[in-house]
Structure formats: structure tokens, C-alpha cells
Design a protein around this ligand. Sequence first.
Ligand SMILES: *[C@@H]1O[C@H](CO)[C@@H](O)[C@H](O)[C@H]1NC(C)=O
Ligand SMILES: *[C@@H]1O[C@H](CO)[C@@H](O)[C@H](O)[C@H]1NC(C)=O
Ligand SMILES: *[C@@H]1O[C@H](CO)[C@@H](O)[C@H](O)[C@H]1NC(C)=O
Ligand SMILES: *[C@@H]1O[C@H](CO)[C@@H](O)[C@H](O)[C@H]1NC(C)=O
Ligand SMILES: CC(=O)N[C@H]1CO[C@H](CO)[C@@H](O)[C@@H]1O
Length: 433
Amino acid sequence: MGENTQELADHGPCSHPRKLLICSLFAVLALSLIYFIFYSPPSSFASYSDLFDQFKTQRTTKNTSLPPPHPQAWLQCDYSDGKWVWDESVTGPRYDSENCDMKSTEKCVINGKPDKGYLHWRWQPTGCNISALDPTSFLRLVRGKHLAFVGDSTARNQAEALVCYLSTVARPVTVHRYEERLGRKFWQWFFPAPHSVNVSTYWSPLLVRAEGHSEDYAMTQETVILDALTEPWTKDVDAMDVMVISVGHWFPRPAMYYEDGEVVGVYSRPDITNKTDIGYLGVYRKVLRRTLEYVDANSTRDKLVVVATIAPAHFDATHGWNHRDACSRTKPFEEGEAEVAATDAELRNVVLEEVATAAAKRRKRWGVRFEVLDVTRMATMRPDGHPGPYLFAHSYDLRPVPETVANDCLHWCAPGIVDTFNDILTKMIVAGG
Ligand SMILES: *[C@@H]1O[C@H](CO)[C@@H](O)[C@H](O)[C@H]1NC(C)=O
Ligand SMILES: *[C@@H]1O[C@H](CO)[C@@H](O)[C@H](O)[C@H]1NC(C)=O
Ligand SMILES: *[C@@H]1O[C@H](CO)[C@@H](O)[C@H](O)[C@H]1NC(C)=O
Ligand SMILES: *[C@@H]1O[C@H](CO)[C@@H](O)[C@H](O)[C@H]1NC(C)=O
Ligand SMILES: CC(=O)N[C@H]1CO[C@H](CO)[C@@H](O)[C@@H]1O
């Protein structure tokens, strides 16, 4: 808690000493509110300090120039280059999340998010067209296969949207739903014969073993073991046909890093003066590289490995994270109105570089393909796609939204823009034949 307050103090509204006490109080209240609302069942909602990190980034840094994505050898088109266009032909949500096995906080239609405009915006790539995946064809395409989403709650968000959409044509069985402990979260759905398709999501927000906040939200810091990739995803790697890795939001947090049993550095830990602050970017690179090398080395059959780039949160800097207008915009940003934040651009770059490296170094014996699901820019433009305060069924049907309220401006409504991520994923699977 102290570090976070300190961090805030270094960056803005709490910089005046007299305001520090108020700010600390605010931070404590914020934590307890989030904790109170989300503690049971243990939630994958990003922590309040992640949210503040996002504020800081968006308020202070902009970066207009994104480098081009790595050459996507198997794809005909760069799907990341495009814009959101209003589509009049959309007559309603793609699927009804009412009866879906999905986290209720993302069921925006049922939860009564009054704006429905977010459903009408369609991603139009510059060099080609992309349409909504067809659930029946999709199930045929991946018949007998295992699709695994590994990472933080953004991985789960995408997996659930896919399962929910596929549920419109086939009923899945929920095989596993473990969420007793944060570190053990694992879901698996099975679409029975004739499909025989498994979709699973493995909670591993840092890909390597971590003790601290990711296991217990009451703790604010992480101890990260850089050379310990985590079970259970590591032991299942060979059985995955499509592996989508989505991590990033948990890296810019106060942490101490271990490798070979030694402390190799810290990030944002002013309380530790005798260890070097090594930042989190190099750490992000290291665990991604280790993960991709591990996947390549441990695959004995064809596999598509897709790494998603960061999709930023949209906590409006002029309001607090817990103000009802934290993300109340009802339209995408227009061209030039918003840019990818420098910190997001950096995280994205690491993904592009590490995937390119893995693709170049891969053992040729097996058909392991590496791809980037480059969603950073398209997601940056969509502040309107989040649940905001509409986190529970019919949240505010009969009463006004209070001015101070818990918001989710990080995950995506489903149906919503996260379905576009799955449309692009489908193109990647198809491209592999
Ligand atoms: C913006 O991003 C590009 C590409 O990552 C980088 O080369 C450039 O230095 C960045 N500019 C700023 C101001 O951060
Ligand atoms: C995309 O769709 C539009 C409208 O249907 C069509 O005119 C255009 O040729 C298509 N572009 C490509 C690259 O297929
Ligand atoms: C799906 O998962 C079940 C249970 O874990 C397993 O028995 C089955 O072999 C899996 N099928 C595929 C195609 O991965
Ligand atoms: C670094 O500081 C910690 C306490 O913060 C102490 O336990 C440790 O012994 C110190 N290490 C060295 C090498 O001074
Ligand atoms: C289970 C298994 O085969 N694990 C291997 C995965 O690849 C690494 C090398 O990156 C080996 O050390 C493991 O033994």
C-alpha cells in the first residue's frame, strides 16, 4: 500500500504533502471497495493500482508512431491496420449472453448498459475485409482440437466470448471451473461429438510463478520467479492445438524478481534500496521468450501459437476510477483524437520482436506457427466497449448510477469488440490450413 501511495504521490494529484493523507485514505477505500465487491468468488478484475497505472499512462504519454507488425507470413492481410466504421446493417448483438457460462460482469446487454452503439462498430482493415466468424464453420475448422487461452483475465474474456458465441450452435459442457484460489484458476469447456472441441483458459497473469498480489488481492506486491514457468499450462502445452497468450496488465506493478534463486532486481520498490530497479519491460521480454522457447521445445505436433498485444484500459483521467463517468463514452475515438500510449507501444513492441524471434528460431520438425494478435491500436480507439458500472444483472434499471461506483473499464463487453479479436484469430487458424 505504501509503495502505491508513494507512486501516486510521485505522479500527480497526491504530490502536495497535505494531500497525501487524503490520498492514502482514498487508496485504502478504493482497495477495500474493490475487494469487497469482487472478493467472492475471487475475481480476475485488475487491481486498483493497475487501474491507476493506466490513468498515469494515458494522462501523461502519447505516441503516434507504431512500427509495422512483424511479417505475418501466413496471413494475407495486416488486420491491425484499419479503422472502426459504423455498420447500419447490425441489427442486434451477435449472441445472447444470458445463458452463457461467462463472467457476469461482462454481460453488458443483460446488465443494462444503456448505450448499445458499441455493438454497431465494425473493424474495417485497410487492405482487406473481415467478417464475423461463423460458429458452425468454426467448430468444423477446429474439430477434435484443443484451444487454450493462457494469461490474465483478458485471455479469459476472449475465451468466454468465443465459447458463448459457439454456444449458439452447440451446447458445451463445462468440464472444469476451478477458482478457489487465484493461482489455480482454470476453466475448460467441451463441445461434444461431432465437434470434440476443448476450449480452456489457464490463469497465469505473469506466465511464471508469482507470489503476492496475483494470488491474494490483499497483498500489493509481487515476488516473481522468472525461471519458473507455471503449471498447469506448461504440462498441457503439447495437447494444445491453438494457444492464445494474453499477458501484459500485470507487469507494471511493484515487484521483486528472482532468477536462479537470487534476487536479480526490483521494479517500483522504493522500500528496497539495495537492489536495482530493472523496470518491467525486460522482464516481460524474458518471460515471453522463455514461454515461446518452451512451447517450441515441448511440441511434438502442429500448433498455432498466438500472442496478443496489450489492449489498454480506458479510465478517463479527468474522473476517478470509481466515478460513474470513468468510461462513459458512447463512441469510439476519432482518428487523431487518441493515440497509443508510449507504455502500451513498448509492451506491444516486445511482443512483435519476441514472436518474430521465435518464428525465426523455431524448430522446423513440427509445424509450430507463431503469430501476433495485434489489437493494441484497435482497442485503444474503443473507450466505449467496456462494462463501466454495469457489472451485475440489471444493475441500474430502476435507479440512477451513483456518482461513486466500481467500474470495469478494462475488460470488454461480450458480445462486443472482443469478438473482433476472435474473428482475426479465426483468420489465423484458417491460414494454417
Ligand atoms: C514512439 O514509438 C516509436 C516506435 O515504438 C519509437 O521509435 C519512438 O521513439 C516513440 N516516441 C516516443 C516519443 O516515445
Ligand atoms: C471488401 O468489401 C467491399 C464491399 O463488399 C468490396 O467492394 C471490396 O472489394 C472488398 N475488398 C477486398 C479487398 O476484398
Ligand atoms: C478434451 O478434454 C478432455 C478432458 O480433459 C480429454 O479427455 C479429451 O481428450 C480432450 N479432447 C481434445 C480434442 O483435446
Ligand atoms: C538488502 O536489504 C535487506 C533489507 O531490506 C537486507 O535484509 C539484506 O541483507 C540487504 N542485502 C545486502 C546485500 O545488503
Ligand atoms: C515436459 C517436457 O518435455 N519439458 C521440456 C520442455 O522444454 C524444455 C526446454 O525448453 C525442457 O527443459 C523440458 O524438459
